[in-house]
Design a protein around this ligand. Structure first.
Ligand SMILES: Nc1ncnc2c1ncn2[C@@H]1O[C@H](COP(=O)(O)OP(=O)(O)O)[C@@H](O)[C@H]1O
Ligand SMILES: O=P(O)(O)OC[C@H](O)CO
Length: 501
């Protein structure tokens, strides 16, 4: 390798963790990746092991340095980005988690969330946090852990326990327990953070009975959080200069920084985010308002988000549970062999439905099966379900903001799937631009960490070096497009009604 310095991005996604090195041109020069196990102790519950998450991150850091023959002192700074909302509570002294990580997709707190969905609470919570009450966010997960683990509530009140999302956990481990902090983007997903005042909200902490002493300090995403104290890095103290929730990091990585710019990241879930700039506004139709990445306090802005709970996870289900797919990467080819045109729909409500439906009770369904349905049609319907959910969110965004996107930029693991992107373009009647690097999330946190330490001068320097990606243009007729979308809407209605009945 050349004698230059690099920025390291630690991207802890739901399905896998990646550690990447980026050079001054913003090009990836190294990548190490490993799956993270998920456990499903009961239907709808999703948990992970915080120790596995940490060990994997540590191993990947060594792996990428080894592969690229980079000594640790050549890492100018580190940025961490993460699956958001996933909740860990640990002992301040021993550093041991008191319960597994409750993953964002998990529905084990649905009953608690139902209580807070009563209008008098739900309105207050939306006004303060920009969020719609759901088991998705951290607040009910913390509440559940404090209630379920014997003695946890009183230990938390005595200041013995700490809460963190995955960024906070990794930062705390990397700094050997010296720094307990998070950034605005992650804090804004806890349902405890007042996004206008930019402070933990005492009234909400009181409601959820969560002691303030458990909570991390909050800073802008690009900030000097601390220095590594980890033996893997051979004692080299590398600045940790960014933390960012993965979806906001991707918006930053796409440099979608002007109001009205939007992106979709198809990972385990899919998350469409539209930048609102400094304009705080709330949705009446199932969008969330959330905070965006910045390099200082004054620049923190807002975004509308449509959160889709099942995207890559539905493809993983075909692979791991149904076993009709040997490899998710083969799904595009198999779907293309289905010769389309079937009215088969998967409503992938494996963990309820997110935006714009917000139905935590809904369960997944396949509709339109016939004696002729084959596995390639089921694969196609699964991929298409990502596009249908995306259209539902984008229609809502257009309705709320009056802004119609001319095109959509996309990234994330599933964006490698050509069948999906062509169908998405067809269904929206708009071009889809695939980011040249599917790991835009990692790139976003690398940008933040690099800008914070002066590795890059400014945003203009980054803009000038962004390459263009592949564009998918719509080919479907308007009649076909509307026919398919009407079929999807009917399938969602039937799915929701099934549970109601
Ligand atoms: N070519 C592909 N077609 C369809 N799905 C894919 C493809 N490649 C990866 N995936 C799916 O993408 C998901 C991983 O995407 P990624 O962005 O890495 O997720 P995360 O950040 O949540 O870990 C997995 O669910 C995997 O099954
Ligand atoms: O793991 P991903 O990339 O689907 O992202 C998860 C989200 O951050 C959950 O809100």
């Amino acid at each position: 390798m050349k004698n230059e310095q690099y920025i390291m991005a630690i991207d802890e996604g739901t399905t896998s963790a990646r550690v990447m090195l980026f050079d001054q041109q913003g090009a990836p020069v190294g990548k190490a990746q490993r799956k993270i196990n998920q456990s499903y102790p009961h239907p709808g519950w999703v948990e992970q092991d915080p120790i596995e998450i940490w060990n994997t991150a540590e191993t990947l850091v060594s792996e990428v340095l080894f592969q690229t023959e980079t000594p640790p002192y050549k890492v100018r700074s580190i940025g961490i980005t993460n699956q958001r909302e996933t909740t860990i509570v640990w002992d301040r002294l021993t550093g041991k988690p008191i319960y597994p990580a409750i993953v964002w997709q998990s529905k084990q707190t649905a009953e608690i969330a139902k209580h807070w969905q009563q209008p008098e609470f739900a309105n207050l919570i939306q006004q303060k946090t920009g969020l719609l009450v759901d088991a998705y966010f951290s607040a009910t997960k913390i509440q559940w852990i404090l209630q379920q683990v014997p003695g946890a509530q009183s230990r938390a009140e005595q200041g013995e326990l700490l809460f963190g999302t995955i960024d906070t956990w990794l930062l705390w481990k990397l700094t050997n327990g010296q720094v307990h902090a998070t950034d605005y983007t992650n804090a804004s997903r806890t349902m405890l953070y007042n996004i206008q005042q930019k402070a933990w909200d005492p009234e909400l902490l009181d409601l959820f009975q969560i002691p303030a002493a458990m909570l991390p300090k909050v800073y802008p995403s690009g900030h000097l959080y601390g220095y590594t104290q980890d033996f893997t890095l051979m004692g080299v103290q590398i600045p940790i200069a960014a933390l960012a929730g993965d979806q906001q990091a991707s918006l930053f990585g796409q440099l979608a920084l002007q109001p009205g710019m939007a992106k979709n990241t198809y990972g385990t879930g899919a998350f469409i985010m539209m930048n609102l700039g400094k304009q705080w506004r709330l949705s009446n139709h199932g969008l969330l308002t959330t905070l965006t990445c910045s390099l200082d306090d004054d620049e923190v802005g807002y975004a509308f988000e449509g959160s889709i709970f099942s995207a890559g996870s539905a493809i993983e289900w075909l692979h791991r549970q149904l076993k009709i797919l040997t490899d998710p990467a083969k799904s595009a080819e198999i779907a293309a062999a289905s010769h389309k045109s079937t009215d088969l729909y998967l409503v992938p409500a494996f963990n309820g439905l997110g935006a714009p439906y917000w139905d935590q009770r809904a369960q997944a369904s396949f509709l339109g099966l016939t004696a002729h349905t084959n596995h390639s049609q089921m694969v196609a319907a699964t991929i298409e379900s990502l596009a249908f959910q995306t259209r539902a969110v984008l229609d809502t965004m257009a309705q709320e903001t009056g802004l119609t996107l001319q095109s959509l930029v996309v990234d994330g693991g599933v964006s490698q799937n050509d069948y999906l992107l062509q169908f998405q373009a067809d269904l929206l009647g708009k071009p889809i631009k695939r980011a040249p690097l599917s790991e835009t999330t990692a790139l976003g946190t690398a940008y933040l960490a690099g800008l914070t330490v002066g590795y890059w001068r400014d945003l203009a320097a980054l803009r000038s070096q962004q390459p263009a990606g592949k564009v998918f243009t719509p080919q479907m007729t308007v009649a076909d497009r509307e026919h398919r979308y009407a079929g999807w809407q009917a399938a969602v209605t039937a799915t929701q009604k099934f549970k109601d009945d």
